[in-house]
Design a protein. Structure first.
Length: 66
């Protein structure tokens, strides 16, 4: 029996913000320390990297272990 094609619905997180490389360069240590959003760093509308708080990263690692 063939599997039906499944459509995945992306999780939309309001704390995710897309920013350009220039915006990242302009941020100082205070702004990074107070960051409460996950940033998707992009260049010419192409995602390059994700920046999130260290605590959030560690929580993700713990969840993967369990």
């Amino acid at each position: 029996m063939a599997k039906a094609n499944q459509v995945s619905i992306p999780y939309l997180d309001p704390s995710v913000q897309h920013v350009g490389v220039t915006k990242l360069r302009a941020m100082n240590i205070e702004q990074l320390r107070d960051l409460d959003k996950t940033l998707v760093i992009q260049d010419n509308d192409k995602p390059l990297a994700v920046l999130l708080r260290y605590e959030h990263f560690m929580a993700m690692q713990e969840r993967l272990r369990s």
